[in-house]
Design a protein around this ligand. Structure first.
Ligand code: MSP
Length: 645
C-alpha cells in the first residue's frame, strides 16, 4: 500500500505557531507510522502565498508581496526540521510549475463550460477572502473576524459547483471514511442539504493583483482557494508525472475544522470537474486553545514551536500534542499541562522503567541481555500484553486515535513497572539458585522495552532511537525495523550489549522548565533500593497521598458563561462556604440546567485564573473516549460541604 499525505499549505501572513506545528506533526507522525507498516509514503506541506491577506501584510511590511512571501515561507520551511518533521515536498503557490498547473486546470474547466462570467453583489470578508451569506453573520459581523463584511458588486467568473452537489452527497454517503471524524461529515452533509451556490473563483485585478492570472481573461486573478487547493495536484506532478499516477489514488488530507468547507465541498467538486477521482480521506481536527482561550495575536498568547522545543525538548512537545488532543476535538495547551505530562508519563513512567531495567541488566547480567528460560505466568502476561498492545496501537493509529494508541503503550509501561515490583530482580540477584529466573525477568523487560521503543518511533523518533541504541541495536539496523517483521515477541537477541546512557527524560522544574528538577529520591537510589519507589511508578498512590485531596460535595447555586470562551462556565457553589469555580463544561451543559445539582469538588486545589476569573477548586466530571463530558453526581441528596472519601 502507498500513502500520499498532506497538510494545508499555510498562509504566509503570519509566522508558524502551535496550530500549524500540530497539523504538521500529525502528518509526520502518520507518515512515519505508515512507513513503519512497510508502506510507501509521500508527505507534502508548503505555503499559500497569493491573495488579499498576503498583499495586505506585504503592504504593511513595506515590501513587494513576493519578497514578503519568500521571507515567511522560509520561516515555515525552517520550522519543521527542529521538530523532526520530514516532508518529502515543500510546495509554494508561487512556484512556476504550480502556477502553470492552476492555469491549465482553469482553461480545461472553462473550456468544458464549468466556468462562466457572471455578476455578483455580496458581502465580502477580507479575512476569510470570501463572500459571506447573511446567515453566516453574527450581529452583522463575520463571526471569525469580528468585522462587518463590505458590500461589493462586480463582474466575476464562477465555477459551476452546484452541478456537482448531488454527486458529492452521494459520494459522502457511499464512503463513510471520506470525511472523519463523523461529526465533520455530518456538518458537511447538513450544509449540503441546502442548495449549493456556484463558487466565485476570480478577483478583478483592479481590486487585487497578487494572484494567478486567469488564462482566459487577463483582467482577473484566480481566487486564492481555487489556486491553493490545486497544490495537492501540482505537488505530485499532475497531469503527466509518474508520481501523480502513483499517489493521487491514495491521497489523504489533514486539516483543522476552520477550513472544512473548502476541503469538503469546493475541492471534491473541483476534482470532479477536472475529471479526477476525489481524494481518499479528509481528516479534520479541532483547535488548540491556550489556557482555554483562543490563540490570537491580539490576546498576545500565540505559542511558537521553537520556544516549546527550547523549553521542553522536541520529543516532549510531539508526545504532548499527540497524547493530549483527541483528534477531532479542541484541546487546551498550558505550560502546566505539558510539564505534568513530561514529569508523569515521560520521566516517571517511561523514563524510570527504562533506566531501572537497563541498570539492572547492567548490574545483574554484566551489561548483556540474558537468554530467557521457560516463562512463568507473569512473564507470559507481560509478553501477551506487549504484543496485544502492538495490535491495538496499530488499529488506533490507523484511525488517527493517537491519544488512544499512546494510552495502550502506557498500559504496558505501567504493567512492566508493576512486573519489576512483583518479580523483585534485586532479591533474585542475591540467590544463586534464582539466576535463571532473574535472566528470564531481565529478558522480558528488555524485549518489552524493544517493542515500546518500536511503536514510539512515529511520535518520538529521537527517544525511540536512543532506546534502540541503549538496548544494543545498531542504529542502521533499527532504522529498517517495522511492525510487520519486528512487531512480534522474542526478537531481542540474547547477548546484545546494552549501553547505559543519560536519563531519557529528566524531570522538569515547574517554575523553570529549562532547568531539570532536583532528582526525586527514587532517581538517586541504587538498584538494590528500587522496590520502595516502585509503587509510584506503577501508577499507584499511597493512602496518605489520597488523604491530601480535599474532596467535597458542592451544590451549584448559579452558573454563567464566561465572555470570549466557548468552553468555560463560571459556577457559584456552596461547599459549604460560597466560592467561585471555573469549569470547562460549556460545550456540554447549559448554565440553567446546572443550578441545584450536586457535584464533587476538589476543594484544596491552588486557585487559578482562567479568562480573568479566579477558580477556587475544580469540579469532577468523566470524559469518555469520544471526549464527551458527564458531570459527577450523587445518587441521593447530600449536605453541601460534606467530605467525599
Ligand atoms: N492557506 C489556507 C489553507 C489552504 S490549503 C489548500 C489556510 N492557511 S492557515 O495558515 O490559516 O492554516 C490553517 C491551518 O493551520 C488549520 O487548518 C490547521 O491545520 C492549522 N491551525 C491554525 N491554527 C490552529 C489552532 N489553533 N489549532 C490547531 N490547528 C490550527 O487556512
Amino acid at each position: 500500500m502507498s500513502l500520499y499525505i498532506t497538510t494545508p499549505i499555510y498562509y504566509v501572513n503570519a509566522r508558524p505557531h502551535l496550530g500549524h506545528a500540530y497539523t504538521t506533526i500529525v502528518a509526520d507522525t502518520y507518515s512515519r507510522f505508515r512507513r513503519l507498516c512497510k508502506e510507501d509514503v509521500r508527505f507534502q506541506t508548503g505555503t499559500d502565498e497569493h491573495g488579499d491577506k498576503i498583499a495586505e501584510a506585504a503592504r504593511a511590511a513595506g515590501i513587494p508581496p513576493k519578497e514578503y512571501a519568500d521571507r515567511i515561507s522560509k520561516l515555515f520551511r525552517e520550522a519543521w526540521p527542529p521538530l523532526n518533521i520530514e516532508p518529502d515536498t515543500f510546495i509554494r503557490t508561487t512556484d512556476t510549475h504550480h502556477i502553470r498547473t492552476v492555469q491549465n486546470i482553469l482553461q480545461k474547466v472553462h473550456d468544458q463550460g464549468d466556468i462562466y462570467l457572471g455578476s455578483y453583489s455580496g458581502l465580502y470578508c477580507r479575512g476569510c477572502e470570501r463572500f459571506l451569506t447573511e446567515k453566516e453573520l453574527v450581529d452583522g459581523n463575520c463571526p471569525d473576524h469580528q468585522a462587518a463584511p463590505q458590500p461589493i458588486s462586480e463582474s466575476n467568473y464562477f465555477f459551476r459547483m452546484s452541478r456537482y452537489q448531488e454527486w458529492l452527497i452521494d459520494h459522502i454517503n457511499k464512503n463513510p471514511d471520506f470525511i472523519t471524524p463523523e461529526r465533520y461529515k455530518n456538518e458537511v452533509l447538513s450544509f449540503l442539504s441546502e442548495p449549493l451556490e456556484d463558487l466565485c473563483i476570480s478577483r478583478p485585478k483592479s481590486r487585487l493583483d497578487w494572484g494567478i492570472s486567469l488564462p482566459f481573461d487577463a483582467d482577473f486573478v484566480t481566487y486564492v482557494w481555487f489556486d491553493a487547493l490545486i497544490n495537492y495536484l501540482s505537488g505530485i506532478g499532475y497531469p503527466d508525472d509518474e508520481e501523480f499516477s502513483h499517489y493521487w489514488g491514495v491521497a489523504e488530507h489533514i486539516i483543522a475544522k476552520d477550513i472544512l468547507k473548502p476541503h469538503a465541498i469546493y475541492w471534491p467538486t473541483m476534482l470532479r470537474a477536472i475529471g479526477l477521482a476525489p481524494f481518499k480521506r479528509l481528516h479534520v481536527h479541532g483547535y488548540w486553545n491556550i489556557n482555554e482561550a483562543k490563540m490570537s495575536k491580539s490576546i498576545g498568547n500565540v505559542v511558537r514551536p521553537e520556544t516549546l522545543c527550547q523549553d521542553f525538548g522536541v520529543d516532549t512537545v510531539r508526545y504532548f500534542l499527540m497524547r493530549e488532543m483527541s483528534f477531532g476535538l479542541d484541546a487546551s495547551f498550558s505550560d502546566e499541562s505539558i510539564i505534568a505530562r513530561r514529569n508523569s508519563d515521560l520521566a516517571n513512567d517511561l523514563g524510570n522503567l527504562f533506566s531501572r531495567a537497563l541498570t539492572m541488566i547492567n548490574k545483574f547480567a554484566k551489561g548483556t541481555v540474558p537468554a530467557p528460560a521457560d516463562p512463568e505466568p507473569p512473564d507470559r502476561e507481560l509478553a501477551a500484553a506487549a504484543t496485544d498492545m502492538v495490535a491495538s496501537y496499530t488499529d488506533h493509529m490507523k484511525t488517527f486515535a493517537f491519544n488512544r494508541a499512546l494510552q495502550e503503550v502506557w498500559s504496558v509501561i505501567s504493567l512492566a513497572n508493576r512486573y519489576i515490583v512483583t518479580s523483585e530482580p534485586w532479591v533474585l540477584a542475591k540467590a544463586p539458585a534464582k539466576t535463571t529466573r532473574l535472566q528470564t525477568v531481565l529478558y522480558h523487560l528488555a524485549e518489552t522495552l524493544r517493542l515500546i521503543g518500536l511503536v514510539l518511533l512515529p511520535v518520538m523518533p529521537e527517544t525511540s532511537m536512543k532506546m534502540a541504541t541503549a538496548l544494543g541495536m545498531p542504529p542502521e539496523a533499527f532504522k529498517k525495523h517495522n511492525l510487520i517483521d519486528h512487531g512480534g515477541w522474542g526478537l531481542t537477541q540474547p547477548g546484545a550489549k546494552i549501553e547505559l546512557g543519560a536519563s531519557l527524560f529528566p524531570r522538569l522544574d515547574k517554575e523553570n522548565p529549562q532547568k531539570p528538577a532536583a532528582p526525586q529520591t527514587q532517581e538517586k537510589q541504587t538498584v538494590s533500593a528500587v522496590p520502595p519507589a516502585a509503587a509510584g511508578d506503577a501508577g499507584l498512590i499511597s493512602f496518605d497521598d489520597f488523604k491530601n485531596l480535599d474532596l467535597r460535595v458542592a451544590e451549584i447555586k448559579a452558573a454563567e458563561k464566561i465572555d470570549r470562551s466557548d468552553r468555560l462556565l463560571k459556577l457559584t457553589v456552596l461547599a459549604p462556604e460560597e466560592r467561585t469555580v471555573v469549569a470547562g463544561i460549556a460545550e456540554y451543559y447549559q448554565p440553567q440546567e446546572l443550578v441545584g445539582r450536586q457535584v464533587i469538588l476538589v476543594a484544596n486545589l491552588k486557585p487559578a485564573k482562567l479568562m480573568g476569573v479566579t477558580s477556587h477548586g475544580m469540579i469532577l466530571a468523566a470524559r469518555d473516549e469520544n471526549g464527551r463530558l458527564t458531570l459527577s453526581a450523587f445518587a441521593d441528596s447530600a449536605t453541601p460541604g460534606s467530605k467525599v472519601s
